[in-house]
Each structure stands twice: as structure tokens, then as C-alpha cells.
Design a protein around this ligand. Sequence first.
Ligand code: SF4
Length: 410
Amino acid sequence: MGGALPRGGLSELPQARDRRVVLPEAMTRYRCNQKACCCQGWLIHFTVDDIGRLASHLPEDERAARLEGITIISEDTLDKPGEVPHVRLDPVSADGKCRFVEGTGGCEVHRRFGPAALPGLCVNFPVVPIARGPNPMEQEVPVELHFDLVCPSVLDQIAESDAPYRMVEGISSDIEVAAPRVEFVAGHPNVSLNGTVPATFEQLDALRMRIMEACNTHPGTIFELLADISYALGKAATSGDLDAFRVVPVANRDEFNTFLGKTINAHDPAALARNFMTYQRFVFDVELPVLDLRARLTKVYAEWHQSYDERVGPFLPQSLLRRYLAHRYVALFASAARRLHFSYGSVVHAFALALRTMAALCLLTDRKQVDLPIAKASIGAAEYFYRSFLLAMPEGSMPWFVPAEPPAPT
Ligand code: SF4
């Protein structure tokens, strides 16, 4: 969150130990933008331990005033193994920001006491560190770092080059973004393919690496790539055979194309405008109109078709979209859904909404063609929209198609 983590942060944290880490190569250069975008506009859940640690760093004469109003809001998690009770700083300040955000957008806690005093959530965001095994405390088990695409600095890293997307391994103390975060690692969750077929870590790893490879090398368009991935996943889900998963060109993609067409048009413009209004605190590179923004967003989300045909479709940022898809498929283990087909299915939905948002924002800002700032903001807004729906999406809303078998040779 607003706490930028300086090199050397590891030595400031209690019980800091080196871990092997695996992360996207582009994210080794990730830096927090220090603009407090994630330190406002939501409930900011801290754990009881977080509050205790923070309290222990605050001078005694400040403690009561600075922590006044903290309330426990979800005691029910006490009964759930593996989950910790959360509290929230309630109220946050009058402008909706965490009470520790400073005027510059930085974090007062981090500035005064260092990362050791920060809540784990603030150390981690936008990273989800997950052990490559069930027990996060096993030091020999590497930690994967997944980066949340609502963060504008993560999107900057996705867009930084046209290079193939790849993962790298290293030692936590050598990688600035990794060092403090390995202290707040969670165990790898049990993931199933479709709610019934369990998927081992090795199977999932092989599957997503094949998708990543396809994103880097598929010879077709971005739509053909996404279709072929979806058909391959559909086939795996139907057969239950994850080991046979391969992304191969599908002869007839009509079913997928019809689905994508419906998906891109699926949502009420007013709901999309409302989502963007909430997401706009993450948007810094696109100058948005100040007057009547919500009404104007509703209008452009409704009138996106022609803008897409003229300003987006012919100018799609192919490399960015391929890197986005690779990032999204590789990171899906971090999804709370824990059902692979829902996590993977949501990629198609988010992708479709990102395209529609590109068209809407081109209209809104009078761009003649989509550019990188518009594309990044659109991907972030689409991810932001779908993260709230993932667990509630019905089975039938997922792009699970099995490719038609080619006719048997006669
Ligand atoms: S404690 Fe600091 S990093 Fe965490 S939400 Fe507040 S300002 Fe942001």
C-alpha cells in the first residue's frame, strides 16, 4: 500500500529469513507509486496481530488517540482454521483515506517506524505471496509472488516492454520487492479443476506454464489465442485430464467468438460507470473530465460499439494484451475461488470488459486510437470489476467449450 519498501527492509523485520522466490521477471522492477491509491476507498482490513504490532511501535502518549475507533468486524473468522480475525480502522479519515496516509500520499507508519510496524496487508499489497506447498512455514519451500493487476504500478510493469512474459527465481534478500513479503506468506490453497477434480500443484504448474508459453508464441491473433486457451481448458475440465492439457489451434472458434461477443456487451452501462468511478483512484495517466463524469461514463459505456470498431480494434496493443493474459493465467492460484475453471473463466470476462472500457475511454477522452495509458486503465478497471463477482458467477457464465472433433478420416 502506501508503504514503499526500501532495499534492506528485510533486516528491519522480525524473524526475517531468506526464502527462494519465484516471480514474474517484469515485477522484479516493481515499485510502489506512493500515491495512496490502495490506502483509501475501502475498509482496509487489518488483523488483530497487525494492530498489536502497530500499537507497540506508537509512543504511549499517542497510542490511544491514534488507534481510537478501531472495531472488530468479523469475529466469525475465529472459528475458521487458517483464517485470522480482521479488524478495520473505523472510521478512516473523513476523506475516506487510511488515517495514516500523509499529505504526499506516503504512509506515516512506514516513514516513522519502518515496515516492521506495518500491517501485513500493507507490506504485501499488491503482492499475494503463496508458498509452493501447503505449509508456508517450511523454509525450503519456495514462495511465489503474484501481483494484483488493479495496481497501476503492476500495469506499468506489464506494459514496460514487448518481451515474452517469463518467470524467474531468486533469493528473497536479493530482490527488493520480495524481501519483506516472504514474511507474510500463505500456504498454497487446495485447488480443484471444476469443484470435483482436485489438481495437484505440479499439474497446475505445468498447465499454466503451457498457457504462458502459448501467450508468448501463439501465431494467431489475441482473440485466437484466448479462444484456443479456453477450448483447451474446456477439454481438460470435461475429461478431467489435466496432464493432457495443450493449447492447440482450433479449427472452428465460432462458439467462443459468439460467447465473447455476448460477454463484451453483457453489463449495464450504469453499473460499469459506477465501477469506474470507484476505480478511478488508481488512474493517474489518463486525464478524466471532472464535470458529470459518472453520467458521461454511462453514455460512453452504452455507445462503445463504433468507437471499438474505429479506435480500438485496428490498434489493439497486442504485446500488452499477451503479457496481460500470461500474467493473469499464471497468477490465478491466488484467486479466492480455488476452483480453477472459475478463475480461468473470469479471464475471458475481464478481457472482454477491458476492450469495451478501451472503446468507452477513447470516446470519453476524444482519442482517435487506443494508447497504452487507456489500455492499462481499462485492464485495471476490468479486473477491479470482476474481482467482486468471481465467487458469485453462475456456472453457465463460464466459457467452457469443448472443441468439435475434426471429422474422422474416411
Ligand atoms: S497503514 Fe500505511 S500502508 Fe497501510 S493502509 Fe494505512 S497508510 Fe496505507
